[in-house]
Ligand binder design. Structure first.
Ligand SMILES: Nc1ncnc2c1ncn2[C@@H]1O[C@H](COP(=O)(O)OP(=O)(O)OP(=O)(O)O)[C@@H](O)[C@H]1O
Ligand SMILES: [Mg+2]
Length: 112
């Protein structure tokens, strides 16, 4: 199993959720976060000028998936979240050791 973690532009949440629903993802977690990428939170960087880092509001989406679904989840999120402008975000994939559905006691892929 994997956790696919995506940092996206907040207004893209509905599109990303619809895309994930469309490929059979049944649950996800969303967190409001702040961050910056290589523009350090600025829309323009002028050569030679120094700018303080700004944190921009983003959403973090976390989806636990069976390992063989990882690529389709990445593709769905990337396609739905992309505007082509800077700040579209990133997708990170990390290993997931264990999952438990608390109500039933099911584990791992059965719990997702
Ligand atoms: N290396 C990183 N580690 C953790 N979070 C990151 C990293 N890079 C970006 N992020 C998160 O993703 C958000 C969006 O990053 P962003 O899309 O601006 O990356 P970028 O590398 O600057 O790409 P682009 O040039 O397309 O803007 C950031 O605000 C931050 O929350
Ligand atoms: Mg950026």
């Amino acid at each position: 199993m994997k956790i696919v973690m995506a940092i996206i532009k907040p207004f893209k949440l509905e599109e990303v959720r619809d895309a994930l629903t469309g490929i059979g993802v049944h649950g996800l977690t969303v967190t409001e976060v702040k961050g910056y990428g290589r523009q350090k939170g600025h829309t323009e960087i002028y050569r030679g000028a120094e700018y303080a880092v700004s944190f921009l509001p983003k959403l973090k989406i976390e989806v636990a998936v069976a390992a063989d679904l990882t690529s389709s989840v990445i593709d769905a999120i990337a396609a739905a979240a992309r505007t082509g402008q800077i700040g579209d975000g990133k997708i990170f994939v990390v290993p997931l050791e264990k999952a438990v559905r608390i109500r039933t006691g099911e584990t791992d892929v059965d719990a997702l």
